[in-house]
Design a protein around this ligand. Structure first.
Ligand SMILES: [Zn+2]
Ligand SMILES: [Zn+2]
Length: 355
């Protein structure tokens, strides 16, 4: 079993993502197309994208579907990843090392992977179950949904499942396939398959693909990486017939280099830790007036309005006052000037009719 080979196949499978070239398609329509696990839902989702934009649908379909649409993935791979979150995770994992010189970068990678392999191996070794926690969680989730399904069966391999809305999905228990597409694609029984197992009083656990077994999990992290001695202890190296490798051409891209990983379309946004916002409605921290929980609160709105009006009044009074003072000062100055020009006896402030 070549786990690495499979990982490579999976990485080829998701070599193209709808988000990369079809940003202009609004909403998450294109993701529904990519995520559809069977032909029928795929066609349906594609039709709704086409309704929104014929161009967008054409651009999606210009790429071979087996590269990005779940329903067309190779079922033997047992992988349903439609995003490249895996590489984004890796990117974020190596974030501090990315700007390091090459030797230091490789050394830091080696350390990280050395520790990761042993930690994950120990985690798998300690596991008190026959399947991985991921598979277990998935089963539990599907079991909940399976309880809502009705199973009908005559004889033979085909089982009919009906949900509460009356939607019919067929399960082939011998081939391990389901109309919904997920069982054969992931190797984890979908809710329909689980409903059939419940009906037959079988354990869904026993029908999980070997890839999710404790054994396979341990094998994934079985490899070992040894520490490398310090550079001063490296053996002498005489390069012979080895071409001189020049550093790669440096291409400078526009804008600040991006370090943050790209989030999945349905992933919540990262919490903003650099500043806290204060609401101008209720004056509390943590939200703004658009998302204020007391927005509908009429009393608060009225009080706020009243406060604003009072403040405006105070401000205008102050302005009037200072305005008058300025005028008075200017008049006195003018009178003084006149007095200087005409002489002190001809005119004074009282004669000018001023207070
Ligand atoms: Zn199913
Ligand atoms: Zn508020």
């Amino acid at each position: 079993m070549h786990i690495l080979g499979i990982a490579f196949d999976i990485s080829l499978q998701i070599s193209w993502q709808p988000s990369r070239t079809t940003k202009s398609i609004g909403s998450c329509g294109k993701w529904q197309v990519a995520r559809a696990a069977n032909r029928a839902s795929f066609e349906q989702a594609l039709a709704s994208v086409r309704e929104e934009s014929v161009n967008a649908a054409n651009r999606l379909m210009a790429e071979p579907v087996q590269k990005w649409a779940r329903h067309a993935f190779e079922p033997s791979l047992k992988a349903d990843h439609v995003s490249n979150n895996m590489s984004e995770c890796f990117n974020s994992w190596i974030r501090e090392d990315r700007d390091k010189p090459i030797l230091q970068l490789l050394e830091n990678f080696r350390r990280k992977i050395m520790i990761r392999l042993s930690e994950k191996w120990a985690e798998a070794d300690k596991l008190n179950d026959t399947i991985t926690p991921y598979a277990k969680e998935n089963l539990t989730m599907n079991e909940k949904e399976a309880r809502k399904l009705q199973v009908l069966h005559g004889r033979g391999r085909w089982y009919e499942t009906l949900d509460q809305a009356g939607v019919k999905i067929l399960v082939n228990i011998e081939d391990g396939t389901c109309d919904c597409g997920m069982w054969q694609m992931t190797g984890l029984p979908c809710m329909h398959a689980i409903a059939v197992f419940m009906y037959n009083r079988e354990y869904a656990h026993d029908h999980v693909h070997w890839y999710y077994s404790k054994e396979a999990w341990k094998m994934t992290y079985d490899g070992n990486i040894n520490p490398i001695p310090d550079e001063s202890r490296w053996p002498e190296f005489e390069p012979q017939n080895i071409p001189n490798i020049e550093p790669p051409m440096k291409k400078t891209k526009v804008g600040r280099p991006k370090k943050k990983r790209t989030r999945a379309p349905d992933e919540p946004r990262a919490p903003n830790a650099t500043f806290s916002k204060r609401c101008s409605l209720c004056n509390k921290l943590g939200h703004n007036r658009a998302t204020c929980p007391s927005k509908g609160n009429d009393q608060l709105q009225k009080e706020k309005q009243l406060q604003k009006e009072k403040q405006l009044l105070r401000m205008s009074q102050k302005h009037q006052h200072t305005g008058l003072l300025h005028m008075w000062d200017a008049l006195v100055l003018q009178i003084n000037n006149l007095q200087l020009q005409l002489g002190p006896t001809t005119m004074n402030a009282a004669q000018a009719g001023l207070p």
